[in-house]
Each structure stands twice: as C-alpha cells, then as structure tokens.
Design a binder for this molecule. Sequence first.
Ligand code: SF4
Length: 181
Amino acid sequence: MAAPDQRIRPVEGGLEPPRLDIPAVNQIFDLCRAMSLWPMTFGLACCAIEMMAVGMARFDISRFGAEVFRPSPRQSDLMIVAGTVAKKMAPAVVRLYEQMPAPKFVMALGNCAISGGPFSFKGQYGIVEGVDKLVPVDVYVPGCPPRPEGLLEGLFQIQRKMTGKRFWPVPEMPPVEGEQA
Ligand code: SF4
C-alpha cells in the first residue's frame, strides 16, 4: 500500500468566535464581521483574474464590505481559493489557513478549487482534487471560471451563514461588451 501523502492532510474548522450571553450583542458582532470581511489575496491560477475583477469599478466588491484584500493571513478572515491547488502548494494552503484568526471562512472559487479541474487537470498526479481535502470549505462557486457575479453571490452566502440573513439580491449579469443584449 502506498504511503499516505503527507502534503494532503485535512485540518479542523475555525474556532468559534467568543459569544456573550446577550443575543442582541452577538447579532451586532456577527453583522459587523459579515459587513467587513477581509479576503486574503490568494490567486492560484486563471480564476484569480475573476477575483481581481470584483475589486474593480465594474463589480466593486467594496459595496458589500469586502474590499480590503490583505496579503497576510493574520489580517484576513476569508480565504478565496481561486485556481488549481497543486500538491506542492497544499502545505502552504494549510499553513495559511491555520494562520488566519478565527472566525474564518473559505470559498472554493472555480472547478479546480472545487474538484481538481474541469478536464485537463483532473486526475493528474500533481493536483489536489478539491481544496476541501485540505481545509473546511464554507461555499463552493462553480464555473471555469465563474463570473465575478458568482464570487459576489458566494460572498453573500458567507454573509448569510454568519448572520442568518440575506442582505443583497442576486447579482445581475451585465451584458459583456460586444455581445448582443
Ligand atoms: S476552474 Fe478553469 S478558469 Fe479556474 S483555475 Fe481551473 S482551469 Fe482556470
């Protein structure tokens, strides 16, 4: 039997945030956290281009409180895994996740992060078939790549998970330049 690959080891989920015995105060904390998520800059492949697009004026993720992309896991509470996770990268993914302060959340953006890839990567010896084999994933956004609106919808789902409420409508898809409306 082949030895287990030490680079692929799942880690436990994030710690629960401290809770008070006053539900109204907890709700305020949850709302403040949900409306000020700090995503980690963590692009691994082509899906990262869509992640960059949500930071631009057209999609403008800052409208939803998540524009402060941080280069350090210690200042981030949302890991957007955007792209293909190679086995060589796996220990770094786990290390970064472990360095994020709790409560923390993970979005698997695109088919590569969800299941290893659409066709050409899946099943290859060097690819992790889904980042949920390494860290707990809170929301999956499918597509190759998903459109930026998909990432926004994923963000809304995480906000709903944090607060129990949905605050924004489903993002509209504006026509792509050059396409017929
Ligand atoms: S899902 Fe498609 S677009 Fe995204 S990283 Fe994989 S191959 Fe690239």
